[in-house]
Ligand binder design. Structure first.
Ligand SMILES: *Cc1c(COP(=O)(O)O)cnc(C)c1O
Length: 424
């Protein structure tokens, strides 16, 4: 295939030849647990690769063995996702959390230290704070805007003489769209790398990737996704993924084999369908989000808006945004005037928006971070991270933006009425 083509041109064909499959234009679902080898020599060669016992020979392709290790639907999907990030390799998992936990435990061992950015997705936050310590893994956090020398000093103070084996970053961060400078963090990772062991930088790219942000270009070693969100895009699959250099992805795939955290054929097939439309979906959603953010910005019921298209021109965040993001995306959070009561009335009165967690889908979703997705974050951290009782998070889908604005207008009116009747 022509290397110069854009990923969207290849999503229907890359890594698949219809003529090897009875002419089926779409790849069939390979609903099988195991694959027949042509002979023992072939079986032996495949197993050597699967267990990382030797390097691939020039032009050698890994064959199918057993569906926990690999299968055609997942294999095609992995090769197609890698094109978006211009990565050597990709890997899929049964959920975003499976991708995150399998990846972290591939590089961070008992006695090691993990350095991570805050805030991160609630499940990731729990895994870092409550699961990793059970394996005697130390953790150190940092927040947006902190400079590299401050971060390095904090690690050296907390764990004298130790170098973290991984830096884990989520940007933009959920739910307030806070941005971490990937290039800066890659310098921190390089500082902690030694001849014997590279400190691996992994970036959760769920909010903007794989279309609007490419962390590998800014020094990340691995990109991590909840494929449940924009990659799946239809709220009908739970899945996760990573992309990156073949060496690192291969290491994680070996771990995946033993955790059994691979993606099944049917879900892989659904994601093959989804990748065909990812660019048009993400672009249309981002375009609508801009229209809706413009409406919200000037609304008297909106106290503060957290939208990447409206960063203060002079701010450091804006400089980092311009450097590493290609679009503001379609996630909007805002503080409603008032508190939890006003936020609840607003959310309870949206109709076209579904009151649900998750994001990045064809339908618009709305939720209340402080009592839902981020309820597990400590009250002090919630204040520090701006997750207030008045915060509402919107994920903009493919509906007409004016129809969505009408919904928002009506919901605000109910809040205003409720407030004025309370005063009377
Ligand atoms: C949803 C999400 C996850 C977890 O993914 P699951 O597919 O739900 O396991 C991880 N990171 C981010 C940023 C998310 O939004």
């Amino acid at each position: 295939m022509n290397k110069q083509m854009k990923p969207e041109s290849l999503m229907m064909s890359h890594a698949y030849d219809a003529h090897e499959h009875q002419g089926a234009v779409k790849c069939p679902i390979y609903q099988t647990s195991t694959f027949a080898f042509n002979n023992c020599e072939e079986g032996k060669a495949f197993f050597e690769l699967a267990y990382g016992l030797r390097e691939k020979e020039e032009g050698e392709e890994m064959g199918m063995i057993y569906s926990r290790l690999n299968h055609p639907n997942m294999d095609i999907l992995e090769k197609r996702l890698a094109l978006w990030d211009e990565a050597e390799a990709g890997a899929f998992f049964s959920s975003g959390m499976a991708a995150i936990s399998t990846t972290i435990l591939s590089f961070v061992k008992p006695g090691d230290v993990l350095l991570f950015s805050s805030p991160v997705y609630g499940g990731t936050d729990h895994f870092i704070h409550h699961v990793l310590p059970q394996f005697n893994i130390g953790v150190v956090g940092f927040v947006k805007g902190e400079k590299e020398d401050i971060i390095i000093e904090r690690v050296e103070k907390a764990y004298p003489g130790k170098k973290p084996s991984m830096v884990y970053v989520e940007t933009p961060g959920n739910p307030t769209n806070s941005i971490i400078d990937i290039d800066m963090v890659s310098r921190v990772a390089r500082y902690f790398s030694t001849e014997e062991r590279k400190c691996v930088l992994a970036v959760d790219n769920t909010f903007l990737g794989p279309v609007f942000q490419h962390p590998l270009q800014f020094g990340a070693d691995l990109v991590v996704y909840s494929a449940t969100k924009f990659i799946g895009g239809h709220s009908d699959v739970i899945a996760g993924a990573i992309t990156g250099a073949a060496e690192f992805v291969g290491q994680v795939k070996v771990m995946r084999t033993f955790f059994g955290s691979q993606l099944d054929p049917n879900s892989s097939w659904l994601l093959q369908r989804s990748l065909e439309t990812i660019k048009v979906r993400m672009e249309a959603q981002a375009k609508s989000a801009k229209v809706i953010a413009e409406y919200l910005k000037d609304h008297p019921m909106v106290d503060k808006i957290h939208y990447l298209g409206m960063l203060d021109e002079e701010s450091d965040m804006k400089k980092v945004f311009d450097k590493q993001c290609l679009s503001a995306g379609s996630m909007i959070a805002f503080d409603i005037v008032g508190g939890e009561k006003e936020a609840f009335i607003f959310l309870n009165n949206l109709k076209l928006f579904k009151l649900a967690v998750s994001l990045g889908s064809t339908e618009s979703l709305a939720e209340h971070p402080a009592t839902m997705t981020h309820v597990d974050v400590s009250p002090e951290d919630r204040v520090k991270l701006g997750i207030s009782p008045s915060l509402v998070r919107l994920s903009i889908g493919l509906e007409d933006p004016q129809d969505l604005i009408e919904q928002i207008r009506n919901a605000f009116e109910v809040v205003t009425k409720a407030n004025s009747s309370a005063i009377c």
